[in-house]
Structures are given as C-alpha cells and as structure tokens.
Ligand binder design. Structure first.
Ligand SMILES: *[C@@H]1O[C@H](CO)[C@@H](O)[C@H](O)[C@H]1NC(C)=O
Ligand SMILES: *[C@@H]1O[C@H](CO)[C@@H](O)[C@H](O)[C@H]1NC(C)=O
Length: 328
C-alpha cells in the first residue's frame, strides 16, 4: 500500500522533474533571446550613423545616369524665353526633322530666344545609337542618357529633361515638354499664352489637366498595379502630350523626384511631384491630347494637336504660314 510519505515523494519527484524540464526547455530560448537582443543592440549602435544618414540624404530614386550625348553649352550666355523638350524615340528621324523644319525651328521668332532639344535613352540596337550620334553631330539638338530607352522608362526621359534644365539652363523662362508626334501652334503658345513682354511667372504649370484615377485593367496602356499605386485617385496631372511650365518648376520637380517612388506613367508621376510641391496645374483648353482634323481656323485656336505624322506636319505648317493674311 503506498503510504502518505511515498505519495508525497512521487509528487515531489514529479514537481522537480517539471521544474527541470521547464528550465531546460526555456533556458536555451531565453539565452537565444538575450543574444538576439544583444546583437541587435550592437548592430544598431555600429550602424546608427550609417542608417540615419541614409534616411535623411540618400535619395529613394536617384537619377544617377550619365550623358551619352549632351549639349551643355546650348544655354551658355543665354537665358532663352522657351526651351522645348521633345520626348522622342531613335527611329523617329523623320519626325525630328519635320519639327526642326517647322514649329521647332529655333529661329522662327525674331527677338525671342528658343531652344529645341530632343530627349532619348540608350537603344538596345547599337546601329540606331550610332545613327542618332551622327544626327546629333549635324544638328546639336539631341540629349541622350544611358538608361534603356523604352515605353516603361518614359518617366526617366522627362526627369532627364528636368535635370538638364536645372543643370544647364536654369535661366530659361519657360519650358515645354512634348512628344515628336505633336503639332504645336507656337504663335499661340508664345504670344497668347506666355506673353514675352510680361513678367515671367513662377511655380506655373499648364496643359490639358486630367483628374483621374488608376486603371486596373492589365490590358490597358495606362495600367497601374495596385501595389505600385494603391490610392483610387491621382492628383490632377497634365497630359504628357504637351505641358508648359516656368523653368523654376523643372528643378523643383527634379529634386522632389529624388524622394518620390518612380511610376512608369510619366504625366501621372509629374502630377504627383507637383502635388508634393503644392503647385496646381492650370487647365488650358488649347492643349489637345487627341487628333483634330486640320482646318486653318481650327488650328489657329489650338496650342497642341496629337498624332501628326511628319508629312502632315510639313503640310499644316506650310498651309498656315502661307495663309497668315487670311481671316477666320
Ligand atoms: C558617427 O558620426 C560622428 C560624426 O560624423 C563620428 O565622429 C563618429 O565616429 C561616427 N560613429 C560611427 C560609429 O561611425
Ligand atoms: C529602364 O532603364 C533602366 C536603366 O537603364 C533599366 O535597368 C531598365 O531595365 C529599364 N526598364 C525598362 C522597362 O526598359
């Protein structure tokens, strides 16, 4: 018969066993926790300077590309009234030439200094790079940085333009960013909108303002993944087919972009930067981001029209130039 004493004995043994088991089970893990927090502390201490300086000064989106072709002297000793930055692709030789010979001709306006520049990245096809290099040696109006030139990198092309203005042409008054399939009515842009005889504006931005939100349909050209942009609205932005701003905005956008996560939709991204800067884009109905069938009177009222192939660019330009005396 087990006595009370042996019962007590068994109970004690069980208790001790539990205590020992508990200690053996928890000791390694508590040691582990101790080591972990210790190593974390030393880690933080060792790197504290490093990580703090990172947070403050290291850009999230550094635009650290190199120029493959540059025209650093284009603005030297000059403060152009208007710099036109034209986003283009390598194979669009005809479009660039059409623009040079029509609305983009830097000598169109007597007494008003204008600079026209084409923006490119690096093509995967080296033959095209070499052809552009030769074109640049003739015209000296092309800027190329060494990012891969692609539709998804259009934002980099725009930022390259902003950086170029900030670095090499900060005394310019106004800047236009447009594409090589756009017809621009320069007369309207310069004399009606920007008015060379008035005091230049600052923190000014205008174009065809779009108030919209992300398109989540993957088949769309403007598809925006939710993880890249979770909000359901974009801040107001100007259609990338043509927008105009005072030159101070170029540097502001470039600087704020260094700390703004890159989005592949160039015009949306610029809108995001403007929002961070507290600059509101003005709506101007002269900027059309679609095609308008040519008629003299219609084209006299607009500032931009989209989808104009090179031959049509020449035709429209010649028409309008030869009919300057006609009234509408
Ligand atoms: C932290 O920065 C200060 C001042 O720049 C420097 O003197 C110190 O050595 C740095 N400490 C570490 C751990 O890098
Ligand atoms: C954009 O350019 C960067 C830098 O050259 C390159 O690494 C990346 O692949 C390009 N992205 C696309 C979608 O072409």
């Amino acid at each position: 018969m087990p006595s009370k004493a042996s019962c007590l004995y068994i109970l004690t043994v069980v208790c001790w066993a539990s205590v020992l088991w508990y200690l053996s089970a928890t000791r390694p893990s508590s040691t582990y926790v101790g080591q972990h927090s210790f190593s974390q502390i030393t880690f933080v201490r060792k790197d504290s300077n490093f990580s703090f300086s990172n947070i403050r000064t290291r850009p999230m989106n550094p635009h650290s590309f190199n120029y493959l072709i540059n025209e650093p002297r284009k603005c030297e000793d000059a403060s152009p009234f208007l710099v036109i930055l034209i986003s283009t692709t390598h194979k669009d030789f005809d479009a660039r030439q059409a623009i040079r010979e029509t609305w983009g001709d830097e000598n169109n306006f007597k007494g008003i200094q204008m600079v026209t520049l084409f923006l490119l990245g690096k093509n995967v096809d080296n033959v095209l790079n070499e052809m552009v290099e030769q074109e640049s040696q003739i015209f000296h109006d092309i800027i190329v940085e060494d990012f891969v030139d692609s539709y998804h990198n259009l934002t980099l092309k725009t930022l390259m333009g902003m950086k170029w203005i900030a670095t090499f042409c900060s005394k310019a008054k106004y800047v236009m960013k447009t594409d090589s399939d756009i017809f621009v009515n320069m007369e309207n842009l310069i004399n009606k909108l920007l008015k060379p005889n008035t005091k230049p504006r600052r923190r000014y931005f205008t174009g065809y303002v779009i108030n919209g939100g992300p398109i989540r349909d993957m088949r769309s050209k403007w598809y925006m993944p939710r993880d890249l942009y979770p909000d359901s609205n974009y801040p107001p932005f100007c259609s990338g087919t043509g927008y105009v701003f005072s030159a101070d905005v170029a540097e502001a956008i470039y600087k704020v972009s260094l700390h703004t996560r890159l989005l592949h939709l160039e015009d949306v991204y610029v809108g995001l930067c403007l929002h961070k800067l507290g600059i509101h884009p003005f709506q101007n109905s002269g900027f059309n981001h679609w095609k308008i069938t040519y008629s003299l009177c219609r084209y006299r009222r607009i500032i931009t029209v989209h989808q104009i192939p090179p031959e049509e660019m020449h035709r429209i330009w010649n028409e309008m130039s030869s009919k300057k005396h006609l009234r509408c």
